[in-house]
Unconditional design. Structure first.
Length: 399
């Protein structure tokens, strides 16, 4: 029996364990799971890339493959292998975009799951403040006006989001405001920054200006701590990942008052779409049987059957395939309608070899901006101070 090593970020769900067991029985291939954690995943992947040893197939963040390609660490997928998965048209466009690398026609990773963020809000508090729910979060301007009405209406904590230099998702939140304004972070030729032009900068200032509707807190404020302010009933509006939103509704472990009144809306602008991809390592080519087995496992994990099963699992693996979106749980709920709408309307980052490094640098700069504004600094001046400095560094790095 051929044995392959599959690295997975986070513990496998019971559903995934059953699916892998079925694959092993049907294909006579033993799959050894190597669990790594998100905090250490990038370091582990880099070590495997540098030393050309490790798993045969890996679960990676959707923006990470380009950096691994630059290290000559991955094996590309052939045209026939891609056809076996259903090809480009089988997948959501933003998910497929993450499989491509700027300046290359080859496909180095394939999209497994997708992810996006949503606005979560309290219907009862919007009604109390006289806010029309259907348009409350339709645009960036509408979000600001809604939070202003909530504050005037006596809501002490209209808004809460994480604030900290290690919170990578702040960039993903911000992307929706930036793309919605018609702006971007990097120019189309990938050689210059684009986020300091007047239109884009105004959208960044607009996003961070919402921090004036937050109460002062001890910093850094982690994602879990920020969301607990909302789920405990103290805040009216927040941003939440789609997977966690499903967890709230299915497990019903949040405040009953919040659960009875919770609503969801797409983030304003153009939603950021991220997720998880699958890659096969270059060193796997040294053993033809292991290589064939790794390809077979990839095709299996991307199949409609597996994607639909993962969508129904306890962890809700949000599909990358368009034909599996209707397998999402709570099909008639506002949440699922908003998730599906966001996935179809959103976009992903362009795959740049240096994007993983850029994301971490962005997190540090944006964390400083958020902390200073939350402590009373002027949003315009603070954004200029930190982002102009960061843009100067990044421009040099991109050339």
């Amino acid at each position: 029996m051929t044995e392959i090593d599959f690295s997975l970020i986070g513990q496998p769900s019971l559903t995934l364990q059953h699916l892998l067991a079925k694959f092993q029985d049907e294909q006579n291939i033993n799959v050894k799971i190597r669990v790594i954690e998100w905090e250490n995943a990038w370091h582990d992947l880099l070590m495997w890339a540098l030393y050309e040893q490790g798993p045969d197939i890996s679960h990676v963040g959707s923006t990470w493959a380009a950096s691994l390609v630059a290290l000559n660490a991955l094996r590309s997928f052939s045209e026939n292998e891609i056809k076996e998965t259903g090809g480009q048209m089988a997948f959501l466009q933003p998910a497929w975009q993450s499989a491509k690398m700027t300046g290359s026609l080859a496909i180095w990773s394939l999209p497994w799951h997708t992810y996006t963020f949503l606005i979560a809000y309290r219907r009862d508090l919007l009604e109390k403040a006289g806010v029309e729910e259907s348009t409350a979060f339709a645009t960036a301007e509408a979000v600001d006006k809604t939070l202003q009405k909530l504050r005037v209406g006596g809501i002490q904590y209209p808004w809460v989001v994480p604030v900290g230099e290690h919170h990578l998702d702040t960039l993903h939140y911000l992307a929706s405001w930036v793309w919605g304004s018609g702006g971007d972070f990097i120019t189309p030729d990938s050689h210059h920054t684009a986020f300091t032009d007047a239109r884009t900068f105004k959208s960044i200032e607009s996003f961070f200006g919402l921090l004036r509707y937050m109460q002062s807190v001890d910093l850094p404020l982690s994602e879990m701590d920020a969301l607990s302010v909302f789920t405990s009933g103290k805040a009216a509006v927040t941003i939440v990942g789609a997977g966690l939103a499903y967890e709230w509704l299915r497990n019903q472990e949040i405040s009953a008052e919040v659960l009875d009144n919770i609503g969801f809306a797409p983030v304003p602008g153009v939603p950021w779409i991220g997720g998880d991809n699958l890659v096969i390592w270059r060193h796997t080519r040294a053993d033809q049987e292991r290589e064939k087995a790794a390809v077979a496992l990839t095709e299996y994990l991307l199949s409609q059957t597996v994607q639909r099963a993962n969508a129904q699992s306890e962890d809700v693996g949000i599909p990358s395939r368009t034909d599996s979106l209707n397998a999402l749980p709570l099909p008639d709920s506002q949440l699922t309608k908003v998730v599906t709408r966001s996935l179809r309307a959103g976009r992903s980052y362009r795959s740049l070899t240096s994007w993983s490094k850029i994301e971490h640098q962005f997190a540090q700069s944006l964390g400083k901006v958020g902390a200073e504004i939350l402590n009373g600094a002027d949003p315009f001046a603070t954004c200029h101070k930190h982002l102009e400095t960061f843009a100067n560094w990044l421009d040099i790095s991109l050339r």
